[in-house]
Design a protein around this ligand. Structure first.
Ligand code: FES
Length: 114
């Protein structure tokens, strides 16, 4: 179910950007230090499994390092901050509600390679 603050006329996002930036100074926050790479992998697997009509991109710093991992819906979408692997099912539910699925573009296995 879309969040209540999402306007009905919101633009359908085409990309979900996940910051995987890592800073090598221990005193500087970074999304990779907060498991954003595993979060991106889990989101990507879920998007593929559910055939959600959105692409995932791993990104450099999105400018919210202190609140990461940082996720942004694009183009022009909102930030989703501070999520973890435990939040992936609800994030996938939200993406599926916003973007729908693209199951009709899946080719039957018997057509592949012919
Ligand atoms: S390191 Fe991820 S937003 Fe800056």
């Amino acid at each position: 179910m879309p969040p209540s603050d999402t306007p009905a006329e919101a633009i359908k996002p085409k990309f979900v950007m996940v910051c995987v930036n890592r800073r090598f100074r221990a005193d500087e926050a970074s999304c990779a230090a907060r498991q954003s790479r595993a979060l991106a992998d889990a989101l990507e697997a879920g998007i593929r499994e559910r055939k959600i009509d959105i692409r995932i991109e791993r990104s450099v710093c999105l400018g919210h390092c202190q609140k990461g991992p940082s996720i942004r819906l694009a183009p022009g979408g909102r930030f989703i901050l501070g999520k973890s692997i435990a939040d992936v099912p609800s994030l996938l539910d939200e993406l599926e509600n916003l973007c729908g699925t693209n199951k009709e573009q899946t080719l039957p296995l018997d057509l592949l390679g012919s």
